[in-house]
Design a protein around this ligand. Structure first.
Ligand SMILES: [Zn+2]
Length: 170
């Protein structure tokens, strides 16, 4: 095998592994923040935000497009091994390195008194760690896979993260 072919094969293997890990953790519908162009850490995006603060944008558009959305496909790899995923509101795939998993919301219980003078508590369904039972925040699409099973969320849990990483590595 030529060294070029060998490199492409190695990149594909790494990319496939990254896509597989992503798909095992994040089912379709997982809330994400996607940057189809440059990421916010890119010097051009940083320079733009600085100009905004200083009031010197002169009508320039923000070079960093930020989409708060959800995934609409599993991740896959392109011909050279780059792992990508598609999101709602954008055509085509976006590199996984430009897709951040949205932090979980954590809506506190709300207590109110209704017209009849009764105290009513409104709660949002919460997700617990499947390793130790610790509350992780509001349940959302990331918690149920395509087969209706609860996903493994131990990587989100401060108690179970290390163990889950070691399991994944072995
Ligand atoms: Zn845990």
């Amino acid at each position: 095998m030529s060294s070029y072919r060998a490199k492409v094969e190695a990149d594909k293997k790494a990319g496939r592994q990254e896509a597989d890990t992503f798909n095992a953790r994040y089912p379709i519908g997982t809330p994400v923040v996607a940057y189809p162009g440059i990421r916010p850490e890119h010097p051009v995006a940083v320079a733009y935000r600085k100009r905004v603060e200083e009031g010197r944008t002169f009508g320039d558009a923000d070079p960093c497009t930020r989409l708060e959305t959800v995934t609409r496909t599993p991740a896959w790899i392109l011909g050279h091994g780059d792992p990508v995923v598609s999101v709602e509101g954008y055509a085509g795939g976006i590199c996984l390195s430009h897709v951040d998993i949205a932090p979980r919301t954590n809506t506190p219980d709300r207590t109110s008194v209704n017209d009849e003078g009764r105290t009513v508590t409104t709660i949002k369904l919460k997700r617990c760690c499947n390793g130790c039972g610790q509350y992780l925040g509001d349940a959302d699409n990331r918690d149920v896979d395509a087969h209706g099973n609860l996903t493994d969320v131990r990587h989100e849990c401060p108690n179970c993260r290390d163990l889950a990483e070691r399991e994944a590595a072995s």
